[in-house]
Design a binder for this molecule. Structure first.
Ligand SMILES: [Zn+2]
Length: 187
């Protein structure tokens, strides 16, 4: 049976279609894990994505900020080489929505257009934060710890790091306070 396009007055606004709403949610939250099956199928069939084993494989591929910003959204960025244009077959109705696949693709492209600059910056910041965390952890791991001193005589608490012939040295018999000269008990 041939499906006919609904009259324009019978259909809901394109932004209210479940497929568009879920896509917008993904873009606004920058979170591919929110993707439902309908969007997954729509993207696979009409938006030029490479085949994935299943929906979880798809989500895993675009989960990281650099993949989300650099690959996933670029399928809807007409200035990018990953952009997938519309073909004559996309002019067919999409389910019983009253819209064509091409209409929906254009709507998805508009949503990405609104967010792509912010998503690009967000991904850069996220990558920077990740590198900074790695740096902090490495720093903590490899940094030589100073020697904590607490002088009971003058009350100063401080930390010293002693290098002997370029090497860290902390094998002291006796140590005297740098401030008052009294001997400090080493524990
Ligand atoms: Zn002291």
């Amino acid at each position: 049976m041939q499906m006919e396009l609904m009259k324009a007055s019978d259909r809901k606004p394109i932004g209210k279609l479940p497929v568009v709403r879920n896509f917008r949610q993904i873009i606004e939250s920058r979170d591919i894990s929110l993707m439902n099956k309908e969007v997954y199928q729509f993207l696979n069939l009409y938006c030029g994505f490479i085949a994935h084993y299943n929906i979880n494989g798809f989500k895993a591929t675009y989960r990281r900020p650099e993949s989300f910003a650099g690959v996933f959204i670029r399928h809807f960025d007409c200035e990018h080489r990953y952009f997938n244009g519309t073909y004559p077959c996309h002019e067919e109705p999409y389910r019983e929505t009253g819209y064509t696949k091409a209409d929906i693709k254009r709507e998805l492209t508009c949503i990405v257009e609104l967010h792509k600059e912010l998503i690009t910056r967000w991904a850069e910041q996220r990558q920077r934060d990740e590198r900074h965390n790695i740096y902090l952890n490495l720093k903590k791991e490899f940094e030589t710890q100073g020697f904590k001193l607490n002088c009971e005589a003058c009350g100063n608490e401080y930390e010293v790091r002693v290098l002997k012939e370029g090497e860290d040295f902390n094998d002291f018999g006796i140590i005297c306070c740098l401030f008052c000269g009294q001997q400090i008990k080493l524990y």
